[in-house]
Design a protein around this ligand. Structure first.
Ligand code: PBG
Length: 328
C-alpha cells in the first residue's frame, strides 16, 4: 500500500518523551478530602456505600485528619452529623455543635487547611437546605424560604470561622448566600476567610451515597427548586457570575465527571480558581464496578481525577484523595 500518514503523533508517545509532553498532572496539593464527624456515636462507623470512609466521633476527628495528612493531602472539608435536628437546623450554628467542636480540635492540633461545608440539610429535621414553608410537606410546589435562610447560613459560616475554619464553602444554592456570608464574616472580623462557593450545584442523583453518609436526605420532596437542573449549562455561568459579584473566592462545580463541560466553561469564563466536587456517587460507582472485577479501582480513580483537572479544575474535592495521594 502506498499511503503514508503525513503526521505521526505517535512519535511523542514513547515512554521517554511522554512525561515531557504531558499537559496535566494530579498532585496531593490539588486535593481536598471530605471528613464526616458524627455526634451520635462514640466509635467509628463505616459508610457502607462509600468503602474506606467512616463517620468518626468528635473525639477522633483529629486522628482522622492526621491519617489524611499523613498521605500528603493537606486540606479537609468537614461535614457534621448532629445529635439532634430541628426545623431551623440550630445545631448547624451552635457554638458547641459537632462541626464546631471538631474544628476547634483540628485547628488547635493539626496544620491542615480546614474548610467547612455551610449548609443546613444535615441539621434540619425535614432534611432541606434551609427553612421550609410550613405546608411544604403536603404541597410539593413549595420550597425552601430563600431570604429567611440566608441569615442562618451566615450564622453557620461565622460559627465555623469562630471555631477555626480557614475557609467556608456554602452548598445550599440559596440566592444571595455568598453575599450574605461575606458581609457577616467581614462584620465579625473574618475579612481574610475566603469563600469557596458551591456555585453551580446540580440536583443530582450522584449524591445518593453522601445522603447515607451524612444522613441528609430530604424527608419529603427533593431539591429541584433550589439546586440546578442537570439540563442547563448557560444557567451555570449565570449562577457563577452572581457568586463572583458577591465575592466568591473559589468557584465550585458539582458533581464533577458528568459535568465536565461546565467545569470547562467556568474555567474559560472566569479567572478565579475553579474547584470540582467528585461526589459520593462517582466514588461509589467505581468502587462497585471494581468489586465486581469489572474496572481497575486505582487506574479508573486516577483517570477520573486527571480528567477533572484537564477539564479545567484547579482543585478537586474527592473521596479518593487519601488513596491517590498515598500512591503518588
Ligand atoms: C449539602 C451537601 C451535599 C453534598 C455536599 N454538601 C448533599 C446534597 O446537596 O444533597 C454532596 C456530596 C457528595 O455527594 O459527595 N448540601
Amino acid at each position: 500500500m502506498e499511503f503514508e500518514p503525513e503526521a505521526r503523533p505517535r512519535r511523542l508517545r514513547t515512554d521517554g518523551v511522554r512525561p515531557l509532553v504531558r499537559e496535566t498532572t494530579v498532585t496531593p496539593n490539588d486535593l481536598i478530602a471530605p471528613v464526616f464527624v458524627d455526634a451520635t456515636t462514640d466509635e467509628r462507623i463505616p459508610i457502607e456505600s462509600m468503602p474506606g470512609h467512616e463517620r468518626v466521633p468528635v473525639e477522633e476527628a483529629v486522628d482522622r485528619v492526621e491519617e489524611i495528612a499523613d498521605t500528603g493531602v493537606s486540606a479537609v472539608m468537614v461535614f457534621g452529623i448532629p445529635k439532634s435536628k430541628d426545623a431551623v437546623g440550630s445545631r448547624a450554628y451552635a457554638e458547641d455543635g459537632v462541626v464546631q467542636r471538631a474544628m476547634g480540635a483540628i485547628s488547635a492540633e493539626t496544620d491542615v487547611y480546614l474548610i467547612g461545608d455551610v449548609c443546613l440539610c444535615e441539621y434540619t429535621d425535614h432534611g432541606h437546605c434551609g427553612i421550609v414553608e410550613s405546608s411544604a410537606a403536603t404541597d410539593p410546589t413549595l420550597t425552601v424560604k430563600n431570604d429567611e435562610t440566608l441569615e442562618l447560613l451566615a450564622k453557620t459560616a461565622v460559627s465555623q470561622a469562630d471555631a477555626g475554619a480557614d475557609m467556608v464553602a456554602p452548598s445550599s444554592m440559596t440566592d444571595g448566600m455568598v453575599g450574605a456570608i461575606r458581609a457577616a464574616l467581614d462584620d465579625e472580623g473574618y475579612a481574610n476567610v475566603p469563600i469557596m462557593s458551591y456555585a453551580a450545584k446540580y440536583e443530582s442523583s450522584f449524591y445518593g451515597p453522601f445522603r447515607d453518609a451524612a444522613d441528609g436526605a430530604p424527608a419529603f420532596g427533593d431539591r429541584r427548586h433550589y439546586q440546578m437542573d442537570p439540563a442547563n449549562a448557560r444557567e451555570a455561568i449565570r449562577e457563577v457570575e452572581l457568586d463572583v459579584e458577591q465575592g466568591a473566592d473559589v468557584l465550585m462545580v458539582k458533581p464533577a465527571l458528568p459535568y465536565l463541560d461546565i467545569v470547562s466553561a467556568v474555567r474559560r469564563s472566569f479567572d478565579q480558581p475553579v474547584a470540582a466536587y467528585n461526589v459520593s456517587g462517582e466514588y461509589a460507582m467505581i468502587h462497585a464496578a471494581s468489586e465486581k472485577g469489572w474496572l481497575d479501582l486505582e487506574e479508573t480513580a486516577y483517570e477520573s481525577l486527571l480528567s477533572i483537572k484537564r477539564a479545567g479544575a484547579d482543585l478537586i474535592l474527592t473521596y479518593f484523595a487519601e488513596d491517590l495521594a498515598d500512591r503518588l
